[in-house]
Ligand binder design. Structure first.
Ligand code: HEM
Length: 454
């Protein structure tokens, strides 16, 4: 890495910025912009470059895309997750992306919307007026069930979906431990935790094998086996080859890793923001009553709810779940007037950029109508990237918007979720920025009649 970049304050000999980061990662990351567009941060002995300028983030993700892989943290988990789409780079990434994209086609999302609605209705059916629910855990449960059902379709029964939805968090936990643990000694020890992780991976592989068997015996119509049937039908654009069982499993783990915590965390914060802004909640409820009424939510509704869309857009700004995105230079290249050497780990924080006061005045204010004054298209490139940019742009973006709309619209028609007096919610930085807890009181929603729309 070129020596011309500023170094973040708080560096300690031998420890680098580890202490500063651990003391207050959110404050540390959001303050980096005041030190420069590219700031050196040493993660222990490992020198890394944090990019704070939106235009350089955009350059990195688009113009320098062929000079990057995903970096050290992904190397650590690859032995566990295999080389799925979130790990692969270059031609291999392009090949894999081409194979998984059809699973996220609009026709498929239309089918997934039914699942999203069913799961939300099922999970909220047991709520009692006046009762308390842990919204963070409820949103994880809803998300994992939606993912399990959209992935495995109706080939496996409801009990198997619940079982899979229960396995997936353990698979992700194993991956997170692998990412943060120093060296690889911990995962080789016969600890109960490692046995639990091994069991979860075995169960996941077995479930995938069962679905594949049913599919290959032609007892399943295309589409009926969910996303997995699309992956089974996918062919390598160059060789025409289908994915092996191992590759399929890697893609399922990749999609789960990318799509679960992100969406679950965002939706937990969504209900928190609505509870803090009852006037916004009421406008969303009115809009949903007006457009959807009492019928089932459909994919077409997603494009027909402008206020709900702005609420979600603002949510993805101020409650951007992803704290840090990583890359690593595989070759030397110029960036921002300096020089990045091959091997340099590069990071940027969408969470921090979305809270930059130069880009978003009064950045912590939850204000969906700010998008009326300044639509995303008028912002500098790289300023608002909730789903990334360039060739690694989130393949699940339309899935995520649909899921957030459906969960919001389905819930808000029947329920109000309010924060009990005295409950304080804190942000907990992990792979995503999670709430430390989120107990909320459930009350029936006021009945809405159709009103004039904007
Ligand atoms: C609110 C929810 C979500 C957010 C904020 C989000 C955000 C992102 C971002 C920022 C990236 C790019 C990462 C990078 O540049 O390294 C990404 C990639 C990805 N996302 Fe999402 N995502 C969400 C939901 C989903 C869902 C629901 C799915 C699937 C069901 C999904 C699947 C993926 C996959 C497979 C990738 C990797 C793409 C690649 O490397 O080619 N995401 N996501």
């Amino acid at each position: 890495m070129s020596a011309s970049y500023a170094t973040a304050p708080g560096r300690l000999p031998g420890l680098g910025h580890a202490v500063a980061l651990m003391r207050g990662p959110l404050g540390f990351l959001t303050s980096l912009r005041t030190h420069g567009d590219l700031v050196r941060v040493d993660l222990g002995p490992m020198p890394s470059l944090f990019i704070t300028s939106p235009s350089l983030i955009h350059t990195l993700l688009t113009d320098r895309k062929d000079l990057l892989d995903k970096g050290r943290f992904y190397d650590k988990v690859r032995p566990l997750t295999g080389n799925g789409v979130i790990h692969a780079y270059g031609d291999e990434h392009r090949r894999q992306q081409a194979m998984i994209k059809p699973s996220f086609h609009r026709d498929e999302i239309t089918r997934y919307v039914e699942v999203m609605r069913e799961v939300t209705e099922e999970k909220s059916r047991s709520w009692q007026a006046g009762g308390r629910i842990p919204v963070d855990r409820v949103m994880r449960d809803i998300t994992f069930n939606i993912l399990a059902r959209t992935m495995f379709g109706s080939v496996v029964d409801r009990a198997a979906h619940e079982e899979l939805a229960a396995i997936l968090p353990t698979v992700l936990e194993a991956i997170m431990w692998r990412t943060v643990s120093p060296g690889d000694l911990l995962e080789k020890l016969p600890l109960p935790m490692n046995r639990r992780f091994d069991t979860a991976f075995t169960q996941l592989r077995e479930a995938i094998s069962r679905v594949m068997l049913a599919y290959r015996q032609n007892s399943v119509e295309p589409g009926e086996a969910g996303m997995l049937s699309m992956l089974l039908a996918a062919r390598d654009p160059d060789t025409g080859r289908a994915m092996t069982d191992e590759e399929l499993c890697n893609q399922i783990v990749s999609v789960t890793m990318a799509g679960s915590e992100t969406a679950a965390t965002a939706m937990a914060w969504l209900f928190y923001e609505l509870a803090r802004h009852p006037e916004i909640e009421e406008r969303v409820r009115e809009e949903v009553a007006d457009v959807v009424g009492d019928r089932d939510f459909e994919l077409a509704d997603v494009g027909n709810l402008p206020y709900s869309r702005r609420v979600l857009q603002e949510l993805m700004r101020v409650r951007q779940p992803i704290l840090v995105i990583s890359r690593r230079a595989v070759r030397d290249f110029p960036l921002g007037g300096g020089h990045v050497r091959a091997g340099t780990e590069l990071f940027y924080s969408p969470y921090a950029v979305h809270r930059d006061p130069d880009l978003f005045p009064d950045p912590l204010r939850f204000d969906p109508d700010r998008w009326l004054d300044k639509p995303a298209t008028q912002l500098p490139k790289g300023a608002y990237t909730p789903f990334g940019a360039g060739p690694r742009h989130c393949v699940g973006e339309q899935f995520a918007w649909a899921m957030m709309h459906v969960v919001l619209g389905t819930t808000i028609r029947r329920w109000r979720l309010t924060l009990p007096d005295g409950v304080k919610i804190k942000e907990m930085p992990w792979a995503t920025v999670n709430p430390n807890h989120m107990p909320m009181t459930v009350t029936p929603a006021p009945r809405r009649t159709r009103v004039a729309r904007e």
